[in-house]
Write a protein that binds this ligand. Structure first.
Ligand code: HMG
Ligand code: MG
Length: 309
């Protein structure tokens, strides 16, 4: 089976990762992390979220983050917005791309955004309409596509309904998200094939949390389906505050290691990426969740020792 020769990696660590940290991360650290990730060659760095600070206090400094980052030409810095208020604040902060986020189940929609799927879609329609009018781009995330922490199994048709709606209101890309990391290559393939019947496959992206260690296998399955855009999180940071037990997104370093091994071009520099992961892990005071980063660091240490002997 053919797999793509080029992949776009969307770094979500500064948002999906840091939204889930118990400790408040200083704004300057967030800014530095975003800058380092862009400098590592990531073409898209999801920078922050313009959501209610009552719901996610970790993202309360979104305007300051946007004001602080150095915008590298050619790099996009999308931000999450749940409603019109978020869009207006994102525009005021100079965002050029927004991400609306719906869910495939009613329970998750309510827990995450305090509204039904239909109410959420109505908000996103307004947000996308206004964003597009103002010259911004809009991306659409669909949560719990492979399983829901509240409802369990999710039927591909439920994902299709939300995905096609987000595409219809103007999202240029639809991200199929495994919020709690329960998917396997078989269920990943099934949902992507179902959605691809309504949204062109080249407009689909994958977002796989690695809770059950399936994310790389799911990405490979998605590559075989023709998906060429994947979200990932440096050092495997993250989770969703409204998805209990879910661990971080697949580590960007691990995805890059696999793609490099497959000869797939991404434009991302592994050394700089690992350094960015090390930077944030040192500040958070815990080890990376990336196996590739750990292994490559151990190899580098062994080489250094050999040189010193
Ligand atoms: P609500 O309580 O129903 O909203 O929340 P409301 O309209 O009644 O407003 C309540 C208060 O929030 C008001 O303030 C509003 O002004 C304020 P008050 O008058 O009480 O002082 N407010 C806002 N403030 C700043 N920015 C805004 C905003 N909107 C209202 N945009 C709402 C509804 C959608 C706002 C809330 O539920 C919310 O913010 N939810 C976001 C939750 C979230 O960020 N979850 C994590 C991101 S999603 C995720 O991680 C999944 C993903 O990674 C994909 C995957 O893995 O599945 C993307
Ligand atoms: Mg997520």
């Amino acid at each position: 089976m053919d797999i793509p020769k080029k992949v776009k990696l969307v770094e979500v660590g500064p948002r999906d990762g840091l939204q889930n940290e118990a400790a408040q991360v200083p704004t300057a650290v967030k800014v530095e992390l975003v800058n380092r990730l862009a400098d590592a060659g990531l073409p898209v760095v999801e920078a922050t979220a313009f959501v209610s600070p009552k719901w996610v206090p970790q993202m309360a400094d979104s305007a300051q983050v946007m004001a602080g980052i150095r915008r590298r030409p050619g790099v996009s810095y999308p931000v999450l917005v749940p409603n019109r208020k978020g869009l207006d604040a994102a525009i005021a902060a100079g965002a050029e791309e927004v991400v609306v986020f719906g869910a495939a189940t009613e329970s998750f929609s309510r827990r995450n955004t305090n509204c039904s799927i239909a109410e959420g879609l109505a908000r996103f329609s307004e947000v996308c309409d206004e964003a597009l009018k103002r010259g911004l781009r809009a991306r659409g995330d669909v949560s719990v596509c492979l399983g829901c922490p509240y409802e369990g199994e999710v039927k591909p048709e439920a994902v299709v309904r939300v995905a096609r709606e987000l595409y219809a209101v103007g999202c240029y890309e639809i991200t199929v998200c495994d919020t709690i990391g329960v998917g396997t290559p078989g269920t990943t393939r099934a949902v992507l094939e179902a959605v691809a019947g309504h949204v062109p496959i080249e407009k689909l992206a994958g977002h796989f949390h690695d809770t059950y260690g399936q994310a790389l296998a799911n990405i490979y399955a998605a590559l075989e389906c023709g998906v060429t855009t994947f979200d990932s999180s440096v050092a495997g940071l993250g989770g969703c505050p409204y998805a209990p037990g879910a661990t971080g997104n697949v580590a960007t370093e691990d995805v890059l290691y696999m793609l490099n091994g497959l000869g797939i071009e991404t434009g991302v520099d592994m050394g700089k990426l690992i350094a960015a992961g090390q930077y944030i892990c040192d500040i958070l005071g815990r080890p990376t969740h990336s196996k590739a980063a750990l292994a490559l660091a151990a190899r580098a240490r062994a080489r250094q020792l050999e040189l010193e002997l």
